[in-house]
Design a protein around this ligand. Structure first.
Ligand code: ATP
Ligand code: MG
Length: 397
């Protein structure tokens, strides 16, 4: 890897309409006080491919204390990984000091990185990052991208490459495998062959990663328009067998998993919603992933079961999943309500005084989410068209 970075003028390529004005202010102030400071990571990657960044991270040579002194609206956070949060009325910006990659643990059986707080140079800071496309800096003063890791070339080729050996980088931090899958789905990028192979070889290490981090990443796979592709990769790599065995078993049961499971259709529909700018709640996203597990129960044979039996059956499947996924109690409960409501929406529960009953359902706070999931299911499968129309009518009335 060259010590001197590649510098590329960003004019034209950089969609400045997405550039965050507060981040620009923070960088200019750091620069004005003599500190090198760049935009870094995901926002640079996204700006380069004309995607809208989710958040703007800043990397600087200033230490956390020096940063803190420059911004009244800031505080130092984190023990292991100290950085500064600069708060604006609608957002918080992360300002972190250039850091070097720390040596992995000495124990060859446990190569995971546990501390991460050694200050370093910009080049070192780029190289400790996970993927080449995530190691880019944007120098506002010069209007240039700074590339120490070959990230621009890989982005142009639309390939995800780790910085350094993928087997080493995945063993250091197995969650990176999920991050690669997330970016591949979201940005429609290909995994480099060795990255894919390393995932097959290292996936068992995911068992060692902290469960909340794993499942946080799974939710992130779903929420930015790449749910279908990312979930396909989870399946193809066998990571789904490890993290969501209920779902992958169900796919195996359905044999030719490629086309047969409606889950793929739900996830595609979810991506379309997200890409068109429709707000989709986390519960509806999880619903798209899990709905097929409850298919017969909700829309077919189960239709004769009493509501208590139905709830119990849903609980039996959902509870272990929710626990394992560290779903909040609120989300888990809401997801159950949304699933139970599917049968009512499908008109499969015969209730006396139907109008009163539907008004009651419509007054529930989980109604909108329930109907959203029901629509996705009905449209994907070409079922219940009349019910969808009827509910639409009732909502408009
Ligand atoms: P997103 O758009 O989902 O926020 P991101 O690339 O910005 O994607 P973040 O989790 O916000 O991801 O992390 C910011 C940056 O920190 C990344 O771009 C990457 O450079 C670095 N980073 C994050 N997680 C890791 C990791 N596990 N290992 C190494 N570097 C990481
Ligand atoms: Mg980010």
């Amino acid at each position: 890897m060259p010590a001197e970075p590649l510098r590329v003028r960003a004019d034209g390529r950089f969609s400045s309409r997405y550039l965050d004005t507060d981040a620009v202010k923070v960088i200019r102030r750091l620069n004005a006080h003599g500190f090198t400071a760049y935009l870094v990571g995901g926002c640079v990657r996204d700006l380069w491919v004309s995607a809208e960044p989710k958040d703007f991270d800043i990397a600087t040579e200033a230490t956390p204390r020096q940063v803190k002194r420059l911004f009244r609206n800031s505080r130092i956070i984190g023990r292991r990984f100290r950085l500064v949060h600069v708060t604006f009325h609608d957002k918080v910006l992360d300002v972190s000091t250039f850091r070097a990659q720390v040596e992995a643990s000495e124990d060859p059986h446990d190569p995971m990185i546990r501390t991460d707080n050694v200050f370093g140079t910009a080049g070192e800071d780029a190289r400790r990052r996970d993927f080449t496309m995530n190691g880019l800096f944007y120098d506002l003063q010069a209007g240039e991208l700074i590339d120490y890791v070959g990230g621009l070339n890989d982005l142009e080729r639309r390939v995800i490459e780790t910085i350094g050996d993928p087997w080493v980088r995945f063993r250091e931090d197995p969650v990176r495998m999920l991050r690669a899958i997330k970016f591949a789905g979201r940005l429609d990028l290909r995994l480099a062959d060795d990255v894919f192979q390393a995932m097959l070889d290292c996936k068992d290490d995911l068992k060692k990663a902290a469960a909340p981090r794993l499942f946080e990443e799974i939710v992130r796979l779903l929420n930015r328009g790449g749910a279908y592709q990312s979930t396909r990769l989870l399946y193809k790599t066998g990571i789904m067998d490890l993290l969501l065995p209920e779902v992958s078993e169900r796919l195996d049961e359905k044999l030719a998993a490629d086309s047969v499971s409606p889950m793929w259709g739900y996830l595609r529909a979810l991506d379309e919603c997200v890409r068109s700018g429709t707000r989709v709640s986390q519960v509806v996203m999880l619903g798209c992933l899990f709905l097929d597990l409850f298919d017969e129960l909700l829309y077919d044979e189960g239709a004769n079961a009493g509501i208590r039996d139905l709830t119990l059956c849903i609980d039996r499947v959902l509870r272990p999943l929710a626990l394992r996924m560290h779903m909040s109690r609120r989300d888990a409960f809401r997801l159950k309500q949304v699933l139970v409501a599917q049968r009512r929406l499908a008109g499969l529960v015969k209730i006396r005084g139907r109008r009163g009953a539907s008004n009651q359902l419509m007054s529930r706070e989980y109604f909108d989410e329930s109907l959203h999931l029901f629509r996705i299911m009905a449209e994907t499968r070409g079922r219940f068209a009349d019910e969808v129309a009827d509910w639409g009518e009732r909502v408009r009335r």
